[in-house]
Design a protein around this ligand. Structure first.
Ligand code: SF4
Length: 299
């Protein structure tokens, strides 16, 4: 993969204060991928160190009141030129920067207040069709498969992945897709993102989401108590059996632990081949009924 990244994430001392935002996940990208580093603010002619800037009423302004919009936009244009020439598969940018921020930026008051919106470089790249990922959403890239957080606007995908998660024994006709509209299945995705245990990681290959693992505290088949998130996971058929599901599970278990959860649970049909994968990542059978195991993983 060819990946363009904010230079400060790769450890270059190009930040306004002369430091960097060295990021281990980004450094790992250099293994097996071609990485292009860019610092739009330096490329726009600004010195390092420099006075910090924010976007105020659409104009990039330094904290001392100087308008630096021209320099910021010149740097953004140079980044776009590089992206058009190099055609990176992915662009990973530093969070909240007035140049590189993808989802959020400071509001121009220099009070630490954030608002939704992008920095000028991220905005220009995205306007020109380049996929930009906020470094905080990136979890891992391995063998061309990126594991990242679900973007809020992708929540609709959970319906499809829930359908893929339905275990269909051999020789049994798959149910109609609208089965996922049943109330006992809607709890897996309705208003996803509003609960404290609502987390979703997706696997992306060549710009397409091919798998998802998500959790929430819900009264589903795998519910054990009101403090334990339940898991759902699935991959589209052609991406199964490649270790992607295991990768998603492991990263999600780490994320839940970092969030302070003590355990996670799931329900799985006894005949489902995934039982072995769940055991491999640390789940143990806690209970069972005629058809299913209820499994729990201590974090
Ligand atoms: S402009 Fe981007 S690459 Fe340069 S220091 Fe700021 S966040 Fe980092």
């Amino acid at each position: 993969m060819k990946i363009m990244v904010s230079a400060c994430l790769a450890g270059e001392n190009c930040k306004y204060n002369g430091g960097n935002n060295r990021n281990e996940k980004v450094l790992q990208l250099t293994e097996g991928n071609e990485v292009i580093t860019v610092c739009p603010e330096q490329m726009g002619g600004l010195p390092t160190p420099r006075v910090p800037s924010e976007i105020r009423d659409g104009v990039v302004t330094a904290e001392d009141g100087r308008v630096v919009d021209e320099e910021f936009r010149a740097g953004a244009a140079k980044c776009l030129e590089i992206a058009l020439r190099e055609q990176p598969d992915l662009i990973v940018l530093q969070s909240r920067s007035p140049s590189c921020g993808v989802k959020q930026r400071y509001d121009g008051t220099f009070t630490g207040t954030l608002r939704d919106g992008s920095g000028v470089t991220a905005e220009l790249l995205m306007e020109n069709g380049f996929r930009c990922v906020d470094v905080e959403d990136l979890i891992k890239i391995h063998n061309g498969i990126m594991i990242r957080k679900l973007f809020p606007e992708e929540a609709y995908l959970l319906r499809d992945f829930l359908y893929e998660a339905i275990f269909i024994p051999e020789g049994v006709e798959p149910p109609a897709r609208y089965i996922v509209e049943r109330p006992e299945l809607r709890i897996y995705y309705d208003d996803f993102g509003t609960g404290p245990a609502d987390h979703c990681l997706v696997a992306e290959a060549a710009g397409r989401v091919v798998g998802a693992a998500w959790t929430r505290i819900m009264n589903d088949y795998g519910h054990v108590d009101d403090e334990t998130p339940s898991f759902a996971i699935s991959l589209i058929p052609e991406y199964r059996g490649r270790g992607i599901g295991t990768g998603l599970m492991k990263e999600m278990l780490t994320l839940l632990k970092d969030c302070g959860f003590k355990q996670a649970s799931l329900a799985v049909q006894k005949a489902n081949y995934a039982v072995r994968m769940y055991k491999d990542v640390g789940f143990k059978i806690k209970d069972e009924n005629d058809e299913e195991f209820i499994m729990v993983c201590e974090l």
